[in-house]
Design a protein around this ligand. Structure first.
Ligand code: CFM
Length: 581
């Protein structure tokens, strides 16, 4: 038994197979693809795979443009930068330079909660924008931006202001960086901009990268004062959705591990400026923040490991790995004590929910990390993930970081700046000696070790990148999963088709789901969803009042003629009923 990863008391049965016989995945895949025109089919085929050998994941088409006409769940680059990575910093003032819609739709739509300390400010409830109008689009918006920064400063007196470019700003060429530099000199506070125009990348993923670069350049390293606590870490890629970061923080504190900064859940500007003083970075969401982890390692010598605090067994494994890194008997014992205590409370809930959920199936289509992480929570209660995919992750998030050197750089990824980082002449400090690292490696410990989603999925599962609405509907019809974990854009279609949908971005107002305490919430929530009878009573409107049949593409002329004919004679059943009186 590998002592880092397993222990008899928290081991779970991960060989669980679904109770109902499952469809043939190869035939299902064919069915998904057959409606597409040739070119589209060829492209989608690369993004839609059957997991034929989990040990050797096939190369997946990921992080490429969505084909126009396909309904995608993706967001834009601005969303990934302003909304995801930097937006949660609660005392930084965020100004969107653009038309009002971009700001309005990023106004508290993500549940990144904050509980500022006494004396700290919280601007999260505000949404600030330059509200560009035709005038600025034609004659330039730099003056309006400068005025907005000045005005916001006078009202709120923040320590830092971040400015975000939207699509039209990139198109007309406003130089936000010069405006920010001048404002910084004028106001004497930190002001910096992000060229995160919505169109800049193929998804919000580009925005993560742009945000990482900017936070690293403009904030990290400004204050060298370390916290006095021992075992100091940062939790990177945890955004406190529904309070997850608070559960993780409380658990770590119980173990005696100190979190200097969580990037960026419930974090203050000041914490970001000092986060380079820790001894270890642990990465929760690899997709959104791996850049930061790598840059901090190069410049300051802080190593990083991948963790996962979603799922009981994975949480235990992550705690043990952190303890192993610090290699301190006191900490190691304490971690074991905490795991034993937490599992003693959680196990009865887990067992009870398992008897009710065992053998049921789930499909997950979320973002760039949750579609992987949440499979562990389902596994905890005996459920099987039959299909999963990310919206915008890259190949390494599917196949593991080993494929990084083989990822082709295309025109879209080249568009995003890769910043050159060198060791800081004064502040670079290796956290472990070569001997210590050799001993860790001999004990099975590895750094930067994200293995990706596919290896942990069962043979025969479907892996679907950037799933389309059409494919989702087919999946529901063919597989009838007991629950789908997904987002708000598709939630109600799924539910109208009689399948419960757990919204895994904002948690449908629920959560937290992280750490042992959060796991109990999730098990109970999923039990309620998969065991209620209400879904069998749903009759979607299109079954009662079918719409005119329309086709995406006509394969043959006869096809088209048939469709046109049926349109002519089609009558709404409701109308027919009316006419009959
Ligand atoms: Fe990371 Fe996220 Fe996610 Fe993400 Fe997101 Fe999110 Fe997400 Mo929505 S940072 S990749 S861009 S874990 S907002 S907190 S839930 S899509 S899976």
């Amino acid at each position: 038994m590998n002592e880092i990863t397993e222990s008899a008391d928290d081991a779970i049965d991960s060989t669980q197979e679904p109770t109902r016989p499952q469809p043939d995945p190869v035939a299902a895949r064919e069915e998904f693809l057959k409606i597409y025109p040739d070119k589209t089919r060829k492209k989608r085929a690369k993004q839609l795979l059957v997991n034929s050998d989990p040990e050797k994941p096939s190369e997946i088409g990921a992080n490429t443009r969505t084909i126009p006409g396909i309904m995608t769940q993706r967001g834009c680059t601005y969303a990934g930068c302003r909304g995801v990575v930097i937006g949660p910093m609660h005392d930084v003032l965020h100004i969107t330079h653009g038309p009002v819609g971009c700001s309005f739709y990023s106004w508290q739509t993500r549940r990144n909660l904050a509980r500022p300390q006494p004396g700290q400010t919280n601007f999260l409830q505000y949404s600030m924008t330059t509200d560009m109008m035709e005038n600025e689009i034609i004659f330039g918006g730099e003056k309006k931006l400068a005025a907005a920064i000045r005005e916001a400063y006078l009202i709120f007196k923040p320590k830092a202001i971040a400015v975000y470019s939207t699509c039209p700003v990139g198109l007309i060429g406003d130089d936000i960086h010069t405006v920010c530099r001048l404002a910084k000199a004028e106001l004497g506070i930190n002001v910096f901009g992000f060229s995160c125009e919505g169109y800049k990348g193929v998804s919000q993923s580009a925005g993560h990268h742009i945000a990482n670069n900017g936070v690293f350049k403009h904030m990290v390293g400004l204050n060298d004062t370390p916290d006095e606590d021992e075992f100091r870490i940062n939790v990177l890629g945890e955004y406190n959705i529904g309070g997850d970061a608070w559960e993780i923080d409380a658990l770590l504190r119980k173990c005696g591990i100190h979190v200097t900064a969580t990037l960026s859940g419930d974090i203050s500007y000041e914490q970001v400026t000092r986060c380079h003083t820790v001894d270890l970075n642990v990465v929760q969401c690899h997709r959104s923040i791996n850049y930061m982890a790598d840059m901090m390692e190069k410049k300051f010598g802080i190593p990083w490991i991948k963790v996962n605090f979603i799922g009981a067994q994975t949480t235990a494994k992550s705690l043990r790995k952190i303890a192993k890194y610090f290699d301190n008997p006191r900490l190691t014992n304490r971690v074991e004590e905490v795991i034993a205590q937490e599992m003693a409370t959680l196990r009865p809930v887990q067992e009870a929910m398992k008897t009710r959920c065992k053998g049921k199936t789930a499909a997950l289509f979320v973002g760039g990390s949750r579609a992987h992480h949440y499979q562990d929570l389902f596994k905890d209660i005996g459920m099987t993930t039959i299909a999963a995919g990310y919206e915008f992750a890259h190949r390494d998030d599917y196949e593991g970081r080993a494929v990084l050197p083989t990822i082709k750089v295309d025109a879209d990824s080249r568009n995003i700046e890769e910043i050159e980082v060198e060791a800081d002449p004064k502040r670079f400090r290796p956290r472990k000696s070569d001997e210590q690292n050799a001993a860790l490696a001999a004990g099975g410990f590895s750094y930067k070790d994200y293995e990706g989603m596919v290896k942990e999925m069962r043979k025969g599962a479907l892996i679907i990148d950037d799933i389309s609405h059409h494919e989702l509907e087919k999946l529901i019809k063919i597989y009838k999963p007991d629950v789908i974990a997904s987002g708000i854009k598709e939630k109600f279609i799924i539910e109208k088709m009689g399948v419960p949908c757990k919204q895994l971005h904002s948690y449908d107002y629920g959560g937290p789901y992280a750490a042992f305490t959060g796991a109990a919430n999730f098990y109970k929530e999923i039990d309620r969803m998969v065991n209620t009878k209400v879904w069998k009573l749903v009759s979607p409107p299109w079954k009662q009042d079918p719409q005119i049949p329309a086709r995406l593409v006509y394969q043959t002329k006869a096809d088209r003629a048939e469709s046109e004919e049926s349109n002519k004679t089609w009558k709404s059943p409701l109308k027919a009923a009316d006419e009959e009186g």
